[in-house]
Design a protein around this ligand. Structure first.
Ligand code: GAL
Length: 945
């Protein structure tokens, strides 16, 4: 019976054996255009077609597969359209003042379209579309059929599209995202900013996120308890066997088990438990993040019909109310940072390589834990945390128990529960409306109970700004946001059973490279001080308090990276936060070096500020030094300014009258010098310096290199105060995808992008003419078309113009409002092999642009009202086909005005700028050139293969 089904479905058995499951990344080759939040014409007529939402398959505007997107921009995902928008004072400063949201309906809706060819040989398989994150309120259509709406901008979602697929042909996916209404209080981006996948499986398969591997360490071994959810979409009961194999990091199978004679009812799920023993289990730890893979196979009649890999690690995690956090039985203080997900230049659309880069940057100053505040993170971030050895608090977006909110929480846990990096779930953060109330306690308990049912292996926290009542009472592990806001010792005494951690501390305000406040430029000095005196602590005070409390599991600094939005204390014109230990590009601020001094053992010493203070000669400068030595001696131009003992968890300070030259700090441990650092007064810049993090790129259209740009003086010393404008050019198979400099006051473009405006042609009329000699009159600009036929109106077949006669089709367009530097193009259709085109009565030749037919227009030569006319004998497919779809007007002609992208350039900010370079997908040699007026240029060559 099963074999018969195979045959009926035309499934190729040998192909099934080779690739029982395929998960294809479909990030490449999308089309993008801005729609409109409240003007349906500018939203490509979406929602206007009769029966649009009333009948299945009536998706209109871009949701209609017949719609032409020939003039839309080509984009690869991940894509964040918000980062391409200008800054605007009317924008929300909490979101980084991008021109998006309610005041900007023209910028707040984005459309994405992609054509997928799905081969006929896939018939019989289940095909699913998986989107890891779309900001936000996304509506997804396939082939004109509505699939669903996902309000969350952070939860991954999936549609089984099998029933709608055109096997052996083209399939049109359309996604409309609407970022008008915000979810968070920080920059959130807009669009399909995470990966999109097409998954193909047998109808009997491992369900999405269908494995859960729990490990229990038993001496040198580990017991693995595996829950497997098998989904059967067949309309009959299915019998099968399950094989689990554990593969170690070298690819060796180190444990396996097979379960025969399992079955799942028709169109149902079944959960199957298995237990395995891993002998000599290699533990996952921060120093040695060792990963295993569970390879699960489903076999029907001895043949593998699905294979599913689950990466996991074996480790134990304990939050002890008296002794704090333990990993594998070893006490570890959580040296954490909170982070939002945006990065300079690219907004929230991070290539995978940037996730890795950011985690490494945090690790460079001793960070061992990451709180994904305040929403589910990108899956690849968690993969990297597993690989690199970074502990994670995985956070849900909003507290609640409604089905929608619960479903988001469920997706988070099911998606992420196999990651060894995750040590704690967080179900909420500072829910001000309820964190002091009984409802807060109740919701915290309900949500934690829900989490525990899905994952009994981890505990749950609620981060709170006020303790003693509400959510803090309900929290399984208490998360204190800001020690100065709580009586942490009193709470601990009253609730000795509750483990605790500082889920947020700091919120200090520092601008990288600034040492004197300059509010006019929204810059604040980088000396560690309280950001909100009285209610938050400096980084140093915060860590000192944590270290004084052995029961406190650790501290998560607010924040690791600066992020867009939350422009405390300035508001506009500031566009990013200044809470970070590193700026938005990842350059370490001085507080990161403080943390390095208390969070790492590798001997180090760091001096602040820089030593370029021309004009302040003789004035005392506040010099501070961070070191993990036990004493430091400071020298100015070789003369000792004294040796001081380093106080625990603190810093040293000298008041040094400024004289140009070199300031040197020598750090000692038990009298022996262990580290030295100097800052030297530099001369003027002479040369641009570009330092890529790598020069060999994969030709996969995704791999990146993070390039630092600085300028150096004649002795090769980087100039720490430089603000030169750098022009960037690339050639060969690389592209620039973002630039930044970490200046919270910079309104320069992060990601220059061309912008299109579209106008539909209207008032279409058609006329059957007897012979082509009548053409001149019919196409004349002033031809009277009042008696012509409206081609969008249906006519019975007998009233159709005879096919043998010539046909004139005319549409109108208004002269676009275009600046001289803007390009105006008319997209025309390929309606008939013998078509002739006229614009305003003049014959024109179409040219090809990206596979589409266009006519370039000179707006100066246009009139207020213009016409495009086609003349042909028979349109392709016949007259009826031409007329059938009202939406086909978008195929007959549309006008596009293109505002060119601004040039790629950036000022340095206090000596630094960052460029992110990405491979385009082609192999070859590529070059980046960074120029600045009057300076020697920098060149970087990349090998892309
Ligand atoms: C906290 C909040 C964070 C951020 C921070 C700024 O209250 O949880 O998301 O807003 O304040 O200081």
């Amino acid at each position: 019976m099963i074999a018969a089904l195979f045959l009926m479905c035309g499934l190729n058995a040998s192909a099934t054996a080779q690739a029982p499951r395929e998960r294809l990344n479909i990030d490449k080759g999308w089309r993008f255009a801005y729609g409109h939040a409240d003007d349906e014409a500018a939203d490509f007529g979406y929602g206007l077609r009769p029966f649009f939402f009333a009948k299945a398959g009536y998706g209109d505007g871009p949701a209609n597969p017949e719609f032409s997107d020939a003039g839309w921009r080509k984009v690869d995902l991940p894509h964040d359209w918000a980062v391409e928008l200008p800054f605007d004072q009317r924008g929300n400063t909490n979101h980084g003042s991008k021109a998006i949201g309610h005041p900007f309906p023209e910028n707040s809706v984005g459309w994405y379209r992609k054509t997928l060819t799905i081969p006929a040989s896939d018939k019989g398989r289940r095909i699913s579309l998986e989107l890891d994150g779309v900001y936000r309120n996304s509506v997804v259509w396939i082939n004109g059929h509505y699939l669903g709406t996902e309000p969350s901008g952070y939860s991954g979602f999936r549609y089984d599209i099998t029933d709608y697929v055109n096997f052996g042909g083209e399939n049109l996916i359309a996604v409309r995202a609407d970022a008008t209404v915000e979810e968070g209080w920080y920059y959130e981006g807009a669009g399909i900013y995470r990966h999109v996948w097409l998954t193909k499986t047998d109808p009997l398969h491992v369900a999405q996120w269908g494995t859960f591997v729990r490990s229990t360490v038993e001496g040198a071994n580990a017991r693995l308890d595996i829950d497997l959810t098998v989904q059967n979409v067949f309309k009959s009961e299915q019998g099968f066997a399950i094989r689990h194999e554990v593969v170690d990091a070298r690819g060796q199978v180190v444990a396996e088990t097979t379960q025969a004679d399992r079955s799942v009812n028709a169109v149902s799920d079944g959960v199957f438990a298995a237990t395995l023993t891993l002998s000599e289990a290699h533990l996952w730890s921060l120093e040695d993040p060792y990963l295993y893979t569970l390879r699960t196979s489903l076999l029907r009649d001895g043949q593998v019909v699905d294979r599913y890999d689950t990466r996991f690690g074996v480790r134990t995690v304990t939050f002890d109310p008296d002794k704090g956090f333990f990993l594998n039985g070893k006490a570890v203080k959580l040296q954490g940072t909170n982070n939002h997900q945006d990065h300079a230049g690219v907004g929230v659309a991070l290539p995978d390589g940037l996730q890795t880069w950011r985690l490494k940057q945090l690790k460079s100053f001793g960070v061992n834990a990451y709180r994904a505040s305040h929403h589910p993170p990108t899956p690849e971030l968690l993969d990297e945390a597993d690989r690199l050895g970074m502990l994670v608090i995985d956070e849900h977006r909003m507290m609640g128990t409604s089905p929608e909110i619960t479903h988001q929480l469920e997706r988070l846990i099911r998606r992420d529960r196999n990651h060894p990096s995750i040590i704690l779930w967080s179900v909420g953060n500072e829910e001000w409306a309820l964190e002091w109330k009984d409802i807060g306690t109740h919701l915290a308990l309900e949500m934690q109970d829900f989490v525990r049912r899905l994952d009994p292996t981890r505990r749950t926290t609620v981060a709170t700004s006020g303790s003693g009542k509400g959510t803090s009472i309900g929290a399984d592990v208490i998360g204190f946001n800001y020690g100065a806001q709580h009586d942490v010792d009193g709470f601990h005494a009253q609730h000795p059973e509750k483990p605790a951690l500082m889920t947020e501390e700091g919120s200090t305000l520092t601008t990288r490279g600034i040492y004197f406040d300059d509010p006019a430029r929204v810059h604040l000095n980088a000396y560690d001080r309280q950001g909100r005196p009285g209610s938050s602590l400096s980084i140093e005070e915060g860590w000192t308090r944590v270290m004084a409390r052995p029961w406190m599991s650790g501290m998560f600094v607010w924040t690791g990276f600066d992020y867009r939005g939350e422009t405390t204390p300035f508001g506009w014109p500031a566009i990013s936060s200044q809470f970070g230990m590193v700026d938005t590009t990842g350059v370490l601020k001085d507080t990161a070096y403080y943390l390095k001094s208390v969070w790492t053992d590798q001997p180090m010493v760091h001096i602040l500020p820089h030593w370029n203070w021309a004009g302040r000669e003789g004035q005392p400068i506040d010099v501070r030094v961070y070191s993990n030595g036990d004493a430091v001696e400071l020298f100015l131009n070789g003369k000792s300014l004294g040796r001081q003992a380093m106080p625990r968890y603190s810093h040293l300070r000298w008041r040094v009258p400024y004289a140009p030259g070199t300031l040197t700090a020598r750090a000692y441990q038990k009298g022996r010098q262990v580290a030295v650092q100097s800052v030297t007064t530099t001369a003027a810049p002479t040369k641009v310096v570009a330092r890529p993090d790598k020069t060999a790129l994969k030709a996969d259209g995704s791999d990146i290199s993070v390039v630092w740009v600085q300028v150096s003086d004649k002795k090769g010393r980087p100039v720490p105060t430089a603000d030169n404008l750098i022009d960037l050019k690339v050639s060969g198979p690389i592209r620039l995808i973002g630039v930044g400099n970490g200046d919270p006051g910079s309104h320069e473009a992060d990601r220059p992008a061309e912008r299109h405006r579209y106008a539909r042609l209207s008032n279409w009329r058609s006329l059957a003419i007897d012979d082509l000699t009548a053409t001149a009159a019919a196409v004349a600009q002033d031809a009277d078309t009042s008696s012509w036929r409206d081609p969008s109106q249906w006519l019975p077949p007998e009233a159709q113009p005879p096919l043998t006669k010539s046909l004139v089709l005319r549409g109108e367009f208004a002269r676009p409002d275009a600046r001289p530097d803007e390009e105006v193009v008319l997209f025309v259709g390929a309606l008939a092999a013998d078509q002739a085109l006229y614009v305003n009565g003049q014959p024109v030749q179409a040219e090809t642009l990206d596979g589409a037919l266009i006519v370039r227009l000179n707006p100066a030569q246009l009139r207020e009202k213009n016409s495009l006319a086609y003349v042909f004998t028979t349109p392709a497919g016949g007259v009826q086909a031409l007329y059938d779809q009202s939406v086909s007007a978008s195929r007959w002609g549309s006008l596009r005005v293109t505002t060119p992208a601004a040039p790629w350039q950036r000022h340095l900010f206090n000596g630094w700028a960052q460029i992110i370079v990405q491979s385009t997908g082609e192999p070859g040699m590529a070059r980046l050139v960074a120029r600045s007026a009057g300076l020697t240029s920098a060149m970087v060559d990349f090998k892309v293969e």
